[in-house]
Design a protein around this ligand. Structure first.
Ligand SMILES: [Zn+2]
Length: 186
């Protein structure tokens, strides 16, 4: 028996379908339990290769940004921006939609209260609340000396992803690094 966990980020990978079809083997005369087992097996191996690829790509982006950051030319700046966007996309794809906020837990039929337990007012605990507007998140931003960055993120419309993208575009490399560490620890 193969145990594996399906990961949402896989859905964005173009060769996922191919892997499932291959594992399923529609034209092979085999029992359904064997099909499922074969699919699981193929997906597990494929997922392992993807994880390695993701990690490599993230590292490549970081290396290239490091190499480019002291250059002042237009071409270098453009390339830096491309790397930075790609880096943000990879990080979001790697972690996207998996934070167990109360809103998400309720959507997945977990019996719990939707309001943030840390805030006095009844505020729904979603991704944006967790990272940006919760009292405990705000004191973390403050403690990290990033209150002004939080202020500019708060002005951005949209999801956590949109806000993080906007930060990556507007802040310098060192600040983005500190923000990433902060978001990670929240
Ligand atoms: Zn809260």
């Amino acid at each position: 028996m193969v145990f594996f966990r399906f990961e949402n980020k896989w859905l964005k990978e173009p060769d996922l379908e191919e892997t499932v079809i291959d594992g399923w083997g529609a034209n092979d005369n085999i029992a359904i339990v064997d099909r499922v087992a074969r699919c699981a097996n193929k997906l597990q191996k494929w997922g392992k290769r993807k994880r390695v690829k993701f990690k490599q790509e993230i590292e490549e982006c970081v290396c290239e940004m490091e190499a480019l950051r002291d250059n002042q030319g237009d071409a270098e700046n453009r390339r830096f921006q491309e790397c930075s966007d790609r880096h943000a996309t990879l990080l979001v794809q790697e972690e996207g939609g998996c934070i167990p906020t109360r809103r998400r837990l309720l959507e997945r039929y977990v019996d719990c209260d939707v309001y943030s337990p840390l805030c006095e007012d009844e505020v729904v605990e979603d991704d944006v609340h967790t990272f940006f507007t919760c009292v405990s998140a705000q004191s973390s931003w403050q403690a990290a000396g990033l209150s002004s960055v939080l202020g500019s993120a708060a002005c951005q419309q949209g999801s956590v992803t949109d806000k993080v993208f906007a930060l990556c575009r507007n802040e310098d490399y060192a600040t983005i690094g500190r923000v990433a560490t902060l978001l990670w620890s929240i």
